[in-house]
Design a protein around this ligand. Sequence first.
Ligand SMILES: Nc1ncnc2c1ncn2[C@@H]1O[C@H](COP(=O)(O)OP(=O)(O)OP(=O)(O)O)[C@@H](O)[C@H]1O
Length: 300
Amino acid sequence: MTTQNSEVNTEITTENVFLNISRIDMEFPTPNGSFTALKEVDLQINKGEFISLIGHSGCGKSTVLNIVAGIYQATKGGVLLKNKEVNEPGPERAVVFQNHSLLPWLTSYQNVELAVDQVFSKKMSKTEKKDWIEHNLKLVHMDHAMHKRPDEISGGMKQRVGIARALAMQPEVLLMDEPFGALDALTRAHMQDSLMDIQKELNNTVIMITHDVDEAVLLSDRIIMMTNGPEATIGEILEVNLPHPRDRLALAKDPEYNRLRSEVLTFLYEKQRKVEDIKDKKPAVKAEAMTIVEDDIKEA
Ligand SMILES: Nc1ncnc2c1ncn2[C@@H]1O[C@H](COP(=O)(O)OP(=O)(O)OP(=O)(O)O)[C@@H](O)[C@H]1O
């Protein structure tokens, strides 16, 4: 089987693909029988690519991420990272969750240290380790508060430490489950800019789940749009060929940016519109909901 490598525009085989999510199905046992959350999800990712997963709530985005993380095992198919089967969590695939998940009794420095010890305890001297922890906290502009505990810093700062902790493990793949979902708009914009800078510097391969269309277009090389479940799968893949570095203000007026944004909105709100989103609502609310969606599509 072959797939198209968009960046270098050469045919690559699945044997040499960096991260191969190969025809996965996921069934969950439930009291009412088996529930097929994912069906035939198939995606090949190149090294250094930034991939966003977008789709309606409950379509299976986190399930895909959890399978790549090795937390869940696919019922059918599987995941290969550099041709090695993924069947358990590993430090080469670091996960950043929506709610930072820092240990509350440790400082930012100590939270990062814990991850560094897990990966590099035998490979680094004490001084090297200290430099490395500080370097990663600097990357996310948290060096000024590295000796503060999570309850002494803001939500955005906690999220930065979570990202520093993940980066400090030098993962081959960074898996992010709505990493900025809980942040206010301004902090979110700062975090997106930092992530773009860091990814450019380190050339990480990233899979990020988001519900934010602008975030997906701004950050991604490809946007993977998932159909609604059950039996959710990849509906469409959108290539984002906007040049780097990307500037959110300039892009707001860029016709290509707006075309891409509109494609995602059309997929979500026309092609994959959730019937239950509309049918349970009273007529006036229903009309208003659709006007908002249609206005957004027109605006884009
Ligand atoms: N452990 C489980 N047991 C049974 N069903 C599950 C389990 N985990 C997920 N599901 C179901 O699988 C489907 C996909 O869930 P998942 O959390 O992956 O969706 P999602 O797209 O990430 O949703 P959201 O955007 O709301 O976070 C849902 O219908 C969910 O109820």
